[in-house]
Design a protein around this ligand. Structure first.
Ligand SMILES: [Zn+2]
Length: 169
């Protein structure tokens, strides 16, 4: 079989899945959060941008399927359960998953690695002293560091162990 490059899977999450959408970005999936909440709008974006719809709404999932949009029905009360249900749904509906590097959880922008000297004045002094590795979003300017939030993400990251990391050219 010829070698094929993969691209990170792109998603559009419905209004009920904002918290999952933020974590999906940090986990390396280009995920748009569609907060407006109308079914037609989210399906239009899914089709025009090649995004997989993530929804916890059974009737939207049904409509998306009929409208030939790729869709994963998400269940669960915590983001880790939602992530597990995403994997199960992807497998059963033949949606292949691939992820890229971590993205800004607020806006989906790329993250740039920063040195401690670069973040002085931008993060709390206690954070600056305790951490060595920092990132800054090139789009919105949000700073990130390996703190407690990071540990939570590591747990979610383990759920995704079997999802390949995309090769991007
Ligand atoms: Zn950002």
């Amino acid at each position: 079989m010829p070698h094929r490059s993969t691209r990170p899977t792109r998603f559009v999450a419905d209004a009920m899945l904002g918290s999952l959408a933020r974590k999906m970005r940090a986990l390396g999936f280009d995920t748009l959060y569609y907060s407006a909440g109308d079914d037609d709008g989210i399906m239009r974006i899914a089709r025009s941008e090649g995004r997989v719809v993530l929804t916890a709404d059974r009737s939207l999932a049904e409509r998306a399927r009929k409208g030939r949009a790729s869709v994963l029905l998400i269940s669960g009360k915590s983001d880790s359960r939602r992530l597990v249900s995403l994997l199960v749904a992807a497998k059963s509906s033949g949606v292949s998953l691939a992820r890229g590097g971590p993205l800004c959880s607020l806006c989906g922008g790329d993250l740039q690695r920063m040195q401690r000297t670069d973040v002085a004045g931008h993060v709390p002094l206690s954070v600056e002293r305790r951490h060595r590795l920092f990132f800054k979003c090139v789009e919105c300017g949000q700073y990130y560091w390996k703190g407690s939030h990071w540990k939570k993400l590591r747990r979610l990251d383990r759920i995704l162990a079997e999802v390949p990391v995309a090769t991007i050219f």
